[in-house]
Design a protein around this ligand. Sequence first.
Ligand code: ZN
Ligand code: ZN
Length: 355
Amino acid sequence: MRQRGEGASVLVVSSVTNVEYLTGFTGDSSVLVLTDHRQIVVSDGRFEEQLGRECPDLERHIRPRGQPLAAGVAGVVAGLGAPAAAFEAAHLTVADYETLRDAAPSIEWRASRGWVEGLRRIKDGTEIAKIRGSAAIAEAAFQTLLSRLRIDGGMTEKSLADDLDALMRSAGATSAAFPTIVAAGANAALPHARPSRHVRIDGAIAVLFDWGAVAQSYRSDLTRMIVTAKFTPQFEQVYRSVLVAQDRAISAVRPGCTAHEIDGVARRVLEDAGYGDRFTHGLGHGIGLEIHESPFLGRDPDVELEPGMVLTVEPGVYIPGWGGVRIEDDVLVTENGAEVLTRLPKDLESVRLVR
Ligand code: ZN
Ligand code: ZN
């Protein structure tokens, strides 16, 4: 319990994602109060039936109309009689914290960080199966999109992004995992480019797609490039470097190696190729119920990889005014190495789109 709640015997879980992870409840506006022996969800009348269906064994406190959520939570926690309770510092607003404190002043409220996120880092078999399903949907949708693509100027970044989203939904996705990126030509130099309805896919040298699906609440995340004209020598050189960086990093993924080491493997390849200062973000991130979750390759230097983690490996090179190249796959850390969950081709020949 010490880890869970900074020494308190009660933890108030207010992150909607963390509540879903612990209970299976997919609604929102609900908070979970967790003790060693009890799980009580504080919710409202809109979710009563859904709670009964999705998590019938959970204790429920349906707050009366007009009672703020934080006040309902404070009442439930006070009723437990514990001297101290922890809350998720990263997910509770200051206003809600003040409500908790004022409504239950005899309780010592302690800030807790990352306990549920730590559990979420390691995926069990059911979660891995859901991520595989989500990746398969994203890949099938992309292949359908490419088979229909016509380079006649009638398509724009925005229309391709919309088509890809629709194809993922018709393949079984709840939605896109994040706003789909389609970035043509120089726009690909922006790692988080927004698709424009004014950029036509005709004269563009290269188009970057970064997309993923949500299926059964779990997310996938891929990036692929296509080229609608002849490769320029520069594109070919950058693409090969990024591909080698990604291959080497994926080969280095194994339990016990740190997130920092994996990031360093890719970074060294790009530094040696002269693009070190053009790789402007971390190598990747965990995926699961959220699109960006722990571990972060690059930002969490001390995190050791463990079997069951699922992370993206996505080196990129971005050159202002020219464009960018990123290649991204989803990788499962296994007992003795890694399994790449996404299988779309990415060799240089698969990038060339000849119609
Ligand atoms: Zn991505
Ligand atoms: Zn990503």
